[in-house]
Write a protein that binds this ligand. Structure first.
Ligand code: AHG
Ligand code: MN
Ligand code: MN
Length: 332
């Protein structure tokens, strides 16, 4: 076990040069680490436990069925984060309103506690996504909406957990991206992917192509471009779409590629949520040398107006997002 670093060691090492080393941020990351282990344990048992599988019978604010694991994951993350006292408020996909926590806390968090939940019953990778900010209202008061409606460029950290063939936690504090793989035998995350970067040449495109005829001309042209045969640019690209944003993003980060969830004729802002899906992955993408755009603007420059707002989302290798933006901008 020489030369291996645990997530715990890594957090302590980083703490000394981060945010005045009060230990508060480390405590926050520890809460996420802990909750992810509890969720991981349930995810692994999901196929065995009929009381975990299936719908919890409710719907969230977007009218989507809440799966039992959604609710379980949400509760676990809220419980772990509330216990640490450093968080003053939580916004979650599964809660209509933000949740005020400890007025003396300095950090707020926005999260998608279980991403890709339609994939639970078919044993495909799912995830958790989180985004962390400093509050902007004074410490000591209850948090307000403005604490959550900050631009993505204000994030102090962001990350995701992927519950896959291995479970990994990948995060950034604005100083590169690091990935940790979980050893379930001993309950420890190890640094397995230091300083993650998109490979120079992306070769995967990921989109629900069933929506193609509901997309704008620029997006359609880009899909045609991906399929076009051209050896100089290594096309056609490979099509890969899991339907779990975290898993699609993670594969593209490692292999090189672009993820697309565009506007469609029946959803003018696409499907994905700015605060707890797009902004955190945009921060990671940029830190890994990639890019994230809504087709016109940098995702992290968008001024949020509500907690659950959606936005068209294109992220991955910079050269791929640039080409797509060029075609989208030309269509007008
Ligand atoms: P969630 O499970 O948190 O609601 O997110 C589902 C999202 C995302 O994970 C995925 O990329 C996308 O929905 C898939 O949408 P389509 O089924 O429309 O392709
Ligand atoms: Mn999601
Ligand atoms: Mn979700």
């Amino acid at each position: 076990m020489e030369n291996v670093k645990t997530l715990g060691e890594f957090i302590i090492e980083q703490q000394t040069d981060f945010h005045g080393s009060t230990g508060e941020f480390s405590s926050l990351l520890s809460a996420i680490r802990l909750a992810s282990k509890v969720v991981n344990q349930q995810v692994n048992k999901a196929g065995l436990m009929s009381h975990i599988l299936g719908s919890a019978g409710g719907t969230n604010i977007q009218g989507e069925d809440q799966q039992k694991l959604d609710v379980f994951a949400n509760n676990q993350f809220i419980k772990a984060l509330t216990g640490r006292k450093v968080i003053c408020g939580i916004a979650s996909e599964e809660n209509d309103e933000y949740i005020p926590i400890n007025n003396d806390g300095r950090y707020i968090i926005a999260m998608d506690p279980l991403d890709g939940s339609s994939n639970i019953e078919v044993n495909v990778s799912i995830g958790t996504i989180f985004s962390i900010y400093h509050r902007i209202t004074p410490v000591g008061q209850q948090v307000r909406a403005e604490d959550f409606l900050q631009k993505g460029s204000q994030q102090v950290a962001a990350g995701y957990v992927i519950y896959g063939s291995s479970t990994m936690l990948v995060y950034t504090t604005g100083n590169g991206v690091n990935g940790f793989t979980y050893d379930p035998g001993i309950g420890v995350y190890f640094l397995s992917h230091p300083d993650m970067k998109f490979p120079a040449q992306g070769k995967v495109y990921s989109m629900n192509e069933g929506n193609m005829n509901k997309c704008s001309a620029g997006v359609k042209q880009y899909i045609e471009y991906c399929k076009h045969v051209d050896s100089a640019t290594k096309r056609p690209y490979t099509g890969r779409y899991i339907g779990s944003l975290v898993a699609d993003f993670h594969r593209n980060l490692i292999k090189g590629g672009i993820y697309m969830y565009p506007a469609t004729t029946d959803s003018e802002n696409g499907k994905l949520r700015l605060l707890y899906e797009c902004n955190p992955l945009a921060f990671i993408a940029e830190q890994a040398g990639g890019k994230a755009s809504d087709g016109y603007r940098r995702i992290m420059d968008i001024e949020p107006v509500n907690l659950h707002q959606r936005v068209p989302f294109f992220t991955g290798n910079t050269h791929m997002v640039d080409k797509l933006e060029e075609l989208i901008k030309q269509e007008k």
